[in-house]
Ligand binder design. Structure first.
Ligand SMILES: Nc1ncnc2c1ncn2[C@@H]1O[C@H](COP(=O)(O)OP(=O)(O)OP(=O)(O)O)[C@@H](O)[C@H]1O
Ligand SMILES: [Zn+2]
Length: 853
């Protein structure tokens, strides 16, 4: 027999009891429902399809109340008797006023002739001795069968909602479609196994289903819908008086003698039914030898015996025995299904409710419909509308919105209101430990992205401020840390409420630091560039969150890298699509984040052109998730990084830094971007990169002719002119230039365009510097080299007049009006450095007279 304690819900008892006392008086003693709602059933009309096809209209009388339940499978023995006597008075029944229920059924209901209008479960009464009610003896202590159940007292009225609304047909079972269909089919087709095992969490309908199945097996109806609920077998079974369907309590089957008696009983032919059904509840409590004996008996040719074993603990059953059973899993019932059921009960019971309140009950009941029904039962005793706040009060919880309000006050260092609100909450209902645990759970939900919806405006604005911004997340993490410390402290403290308040006041302690850091960060961004802002946010702390060590123990680059990885990981985590997640995780890397004004510019690298183009298609998605994490509008720069295996993460980072513009700067010197700009402005020369393999150094640039004007033949010198990137000139590049570029000093009027193209390798490069050796352009002042940045998706050549971005060899520092790109001479006279940043992957290179552009 089930442990009764598990059916209860923890609620403040005293309050409920007082209300119970008050409300009981309002209840109709016969229906156990509130009297104000009892009246509608008094004037119910029942249609019968019995042989005479009569329609009975019943008046508001005691007789009618009893008659209204005729045909219900839930009719109690006493009701049956009284109905019998009434019927005899009306000329329908037998002469015997003290009817045996079998007689009632036999004379009036054989063949299930009455089509009963089952419009609501509340119309019938639970007459079946429930597992929640008194237990039925199966066997006498001596092992002989109990002679007759006729005198067993039945529960006159359902004692709770779960009894009252216990399902009595397969169609009434909630969330068990497959189980119900399969058992119905088996009973209709007569394909009956000797032993079934129903397993699953508590309160999910295992016992109810077992009873329904037992009734279906013995139901006399020829209809497909079994059990019919009206035939003799159904009525006897549902009234708890069947001699052939027995419920056993495994805990009492502790002696072999009892098991033997059971087996003996099983071997006897059924009294009146087709099958002898033994429902063995909590079968994990059966001893192993009991199991063996039962399993062994299955070999005997008792074709009429069916065992339905029920357990919530499948793992503790003997393996070999379980293999003899047909197993049915009873899953937890979905919240939506529970809500649906609760709504129906409320309507039938005439209870006023809010959907949110029922939803909360369902969510709290952990998939157990019985728990939900019990909670609703308790709430109904209060005689109030079932609202979410009533539910919260009953179970001693604070709603998420109230929690968020408190959290908001605490995080914004609003001391007075934090203290006031915390006191209010703890004075009203909630236990301080419970409050701490609820707050911690809420913060964890926010951090893990599970808490995305909010009911009130306050909550919405809170989530907007904290859930998606880095600083907000840091604050929440800090709050979580404080809560975990407090939780330990509370266990030993007497003054719990005070300590919870103290904890809440600590939430905002390092807020000023964070704000200062953020301002600092924005101050830098105002200058046009900032250093990696993530590291700035942490700069004032001595503790490095990234590597979980003291800052003195970790190198700045290392921390920065870890932080970038952290941001990237969190951003990926926010992707809805699984394939996008795994692709970005495997192939992508976040190399830097810069904040300029309101925008964060993030560089994301991929090692293969295919990956790069795939990532480009996901640009808005990547920007979106990074935006969530960073709390800024994000602009992405994709770039190609050399192919480095994942195993060698260090090398990857290294190469990444090398090729990424910002990374390169860090690699080359400790100066910031701004410093470097200054250095370039003053003619400082870029240091060639050392220590990298030739494949890493290979420039992705190729020079390709786009539009060829009449060909001219250039000198050998010019043919060797090279266009180099800042990644140092390579043989490959030189070769490319030689083969593709034919430039002639003499072509003064014509010139041509070359596209310096990196279509596959590095579209959308964020920032780079190109160098041209002087001999490439300076031999004739009439000739100019001009460049135009072309967005990488516009590969076609544009008319000259559309040039808006150009750099002239003779006008160093000429600033592109629409971008930050600029051209400058290098430190050596013969070099031209062109620094570009921002959009575009292709540079159009004009070589020809300046005036013709
Ligand atoms: N699937 C369901 N459909 C309809 N009602 C259900 C269902 N599950 C539970 N209930 C409700 O919960 C009450 C208890 O259900 P039941 O005793 O069948 O569950 P159980 O799984 O056998 O629980 P336990 O393992 O604790 O014995 C029923 O009276 C019924 O009101
Ligand atoms: Zn039947």
């Amino acid at each position: 027999m089930a442990d009764m304690r598990r059916h209860s819900v923890d609620v403040p008892l005293s309050r409920t009891l007082v209300q119970l006392k008050r409300m009981r008086s309002l209840r109709d003693p016969s229906t156990n429902s509130l009297s104000k709602y009892a009246s509608p059933s008094d004037s119910m009309i029942w249609e019968t399809a019995s042989s005479n096809g009569a329609t009975m209209e019943l008046s508001r009388s005691a007789t009618s109340a009893a008659m209204s339940r005729v045909g219900s499978p839930c009719m109690s023995a006493s009701e049956a008797r009284s109905v019998g006597s009434r019927r005899s008075a009306l000329g329908h029944g037998t002469e015997d006023s003290r009817l045996r229920s079998n007689d009632v059924v036999g004379s009036n209901f054989s063949g299930c002739g009455i089509s009963y209008c089952w419009s609501g479960a509340s119309k019938y009464r639970d007459l079946y001795s429930d597992s929640d009610g008194p237990e039925q003896p199966l066997l006498s202590p001596e092992g002989t069968e109990v002679a007759s159940q006729d005198n067993v007292p039945y529960t006159e009225t359902p004692r709770c909602l779960s009894q009252k609304f216990r399902p009595r047909s397969f169609s009434e079972l909630i969330g068990l479609n497959v189980v119900a269909q399969s058992l119905l089919y088996s009973s209709c087709k007569g394909k009956v196994a000797p032993m079934y095992l129903f397993h699953g969490p508590r309160g999910t309908g295992k016992t109810s289903t077992a009873r329904i199945f037992a009734a279906a097996l013995n139901c006399l109806s020829l209809e497909e819908q079994r059990p019919c609920g009206f035939c003799k077998e159904c009525v006897i079974l549902f009234s708890g008086r069947s001699r052939d369907v027995k419920e056993l309590d495994s805990a009492k089957m502790d002696r072999l003698g009892r098991v033997k008696a059971l087996l003996k009983s099983a071997s006897l032919v059924p009294y009146s039914s087709r099958f002898k059904v033994f429902i063995v509840d909590e079968c994990h409590l059966l001893q192993e030898d009991a199991w063996s004996a039962i399993v062994k008996s299955l070999d005997e040719p008792y074709r009429h015996t069916v065992y339905i074993m029920i357990t919530s603990d499948l793992d503790s059953l003997p393996r070999t025995s379980v293999t003899h059973c047909q197993k049915f899993h009873f899953p937890k019932i979905k919240v939506a299904d529970i809500v649906y059921r609760l709504e129906k009960i409320c309507i039938d019971e005439g209870l006023e409710f809010d959907h949110d309140g029922l939803y909360f009950i369902a969510a709290k009941s952990n998939g157990s419909l019985r728990d939900a029904e019990i909670m609703l039962d308790q709430l109904s005793l209060l005689g109030k509308r079932v609202t979410i706040s009533l539910v919260h009060e009953l179970v001693g919880l604070v709603s998420d919105d109230e929690l968020i309000e408190l959290l908001d006050l605490a995080l914004s260092s609003d001391t007075t209101n934090t203290v006031r609100r915390a006191r209010e909450l703890m004075a009203s209902s909630i236990d301080p430990l419970q409050l701490v645990s609820q707050l911690a759970n809420l913060i964890m939900d926010i951090l893990s992205g599970r808490c995305q919806s909010a009911a009130t405006e306050v909550s919405k604005s809170f989530l907007g401020r904290y859930a998606f911004a880095e600083v907000g997340i840091r604050k929440l993490r800090h709050a979580l840390k404080v809560l975990s410390e407090t939780e330990k402290q509370l266990r030993t403290s007497r003054n719990k409420a005070t300590w919870v308040t103290v904890a809440l006041l600590q939430f905002g302690t390092n807020e000023s630091d964070l704000v200062a850091e953020t301002n600092d960060m924005h101050a830098h961004s105002a200058t046009g560039y900032t250093d990696d802002w993530v590291s700035k946010v942490n700069s004032s702390s001595n503790f490095c969150d990234a590597c979980n060590s003291n800052k003195s123990n970790c190198s700045e680059r290392h921390c920065r890298r870890l932080k970038l990885e952290n941001i990237w990981r969190r951003a990926i985590g926010k992707c809805q699509s699984r394939s996008a997640r795994s692709f970005l995780k495997k192939e992508g890397i976040l190399s830097s984040v810069h904040v300029t004004e309101e925008v964060a510019i993030a560089e994301v690298g991929f090692s293969h052109p295919d990956h790069l183009s795939r990532a480009e298609k996901m640009q808005s998605l990547i920007e979106g998730v990074l935006q969530h994490v960073l709390g800024f509008n994000v602009e992405i720069r994709f770039k190609l990084v050399p192919c480095v295996t994942r195993k060698d993460a260090r090398l990857k980072r290294h190469s990444f830094s090398l090729l990424g513009c910002s990374g390169r700067k860090q690699e080359l010197s400790d100066s910031t971007v701004t410093d470097e700009d200054e250095a370039v402005r003053h003619g400082a020369r870029e240091t060639p990169l050392k220590g990298y393999s030739s494949s890493q150094q290979r420039s992705p640039f190729i020079v390709q002719r786009v539009d060829s004007k009449p060909k001219v033949h250039g000198s050998e010198d010019d043919a060797r002119s090279t266009l180099t990137s800042n990644r140092s000139m390579t043989d490959d590049l030189t070769r490319t230039c030689r083969s593709e570029t034919n430039y002639s000093k003499g072509a003064s009027e014509q010139g041509r365009f070359d596209t310096i193209q990196e279509p596959d390798l590095q579209p959308n490069c964020f920032s780079r510097t190109l160098k041209l050796q002087k001999r490439f352009f300076s031999s004739d002042a009439a000739h100019t080299i001009c460049f135009r940045i072309q967005p990488h998706n516009k590969m076609s050549f544009l008319p000259k007049k559309e040039f808006d971005t150009y750099f002239c060899a003779y006008e160093p520092y000429e600033q592109c009006p629409r971008s930050n790109s600029r051209a400058t001479y290098g430190s050596r006279d013969d070099d031209l450095s062109i620094k570009t940043s921002g959009f575009g992957s292709n540079l159009l290179c004009w070589r020809g007279p300046k005036q013709s552009i």
